[in-house]
Design a protein around this ligand. Structure first.
Ligand SMILES: [Zn+2]
Length: 244
């Protein structure tokens, strides 16, 4: 499979905004991708927006973001305290919080919930993500759960085995409030990454899967680097002008 890359020369900085309804959603959905990106993109900036929490879960969310994001890559980290399971009744607040993040960050790439996710909070956050970000690359991540709503991803990020393990261990270590939940097992997280790794023929056997509804492929190779004289194959989001 011919892999596509973000062209490093297209960005002064790569700003990624991660949006999660609950304190552990971003980690479960795209934690491995965020860990892997930090290894390759020195000017990466990861921004973090969580809509619901209580005091205990907020502490876990902040600790988890510190575990997954290096200080160099850390952008805006916001954990709001809207009520878990009740987001559809708080449409205005959810839309305002996401709009505020959009204005503050102007991300190149948005990672959010999948539109077909049956959890009411996840579904609302996905819908509002598409309402707010009208000229952006959006990838929707997966959350395995009781609802059995996993679909067929069309975008994959292969992960080194160590990154997949780091993701699973970090989630197990940090989110103590979730330990009584039947889904809360490292095997479940690793099993989904294994399946997605199989589907994209990941060398390590692990990957995260995403749903990408819209993609703009640029046939133009960025200008050669003055240092190396090398160009790069280009897959450029629809907002490169913001970084030109
Ligand atoms: Zn959730």
């Amino acid at each position: 499979m011919f892999p596509l890359h973000f062209a490093p020369r297209a960005f002064d900085r790569l700003d990624v905004l991660c949006i999660g309804a609950h304190c552990d959603d971003i980690e479960i959905g795209c934690g491995g991708t965020l860990l892997a990106l930090q290894r390759q993109y020195p000017r990466l900036r990861i921004h973090w927006l969580v809509l619901t929490s209580d005091p205990a879960r907020r502490r876990e969310a902040l600790r988890s973001s510190e575990d997954l994001i290096s200080s160099r890559a850390r952008g805006q980290v916001l954990v709001h305290d809207l009520p878990d399971g009740r987001l559809p009744a708080h449409f205005e607040q959810v839309k305002s919080r996401i709009a505020e993040a959009s204005a503050a960050v102007n991300p190149d790439w948005v990672l959010s919930h999948h539109g077909a996710d049956r959890h009411q909070d996840h579904a609302l956050v996905s819908a509002i993500t598409w309402q707010i970000f009208r000229d952006h690359l959006i990838w929707e991540y997966e959350i395995p759960k009781y609802d059995a709503d996993l679909g067929n991803p069309n975008a994959y990020v292969p992960l080194p085995a160590g990154v997949a393990q780091h993701k699973a261990e970090s989630i197990m270590n940090v989110f103590a409030t979730q330990r009584d939940k039947p889904w809360f097992k490292a095997e479940n997280l690793l099993a989904l990454m294994r399946l997605r790794g199989l589907e994209c023929r990941a060398e390590s056997g692990f990957a995260e899967g995403f749903h990408c509804r819209k993609l703009v492929f640029s046939p133009f190779v960025p200008d050669p680097s003055p240092e190396t004289g090398e160009g790069a194959p280009a897959i450029v989001p629809s907002t490169p002008q913001a970084r030109a």
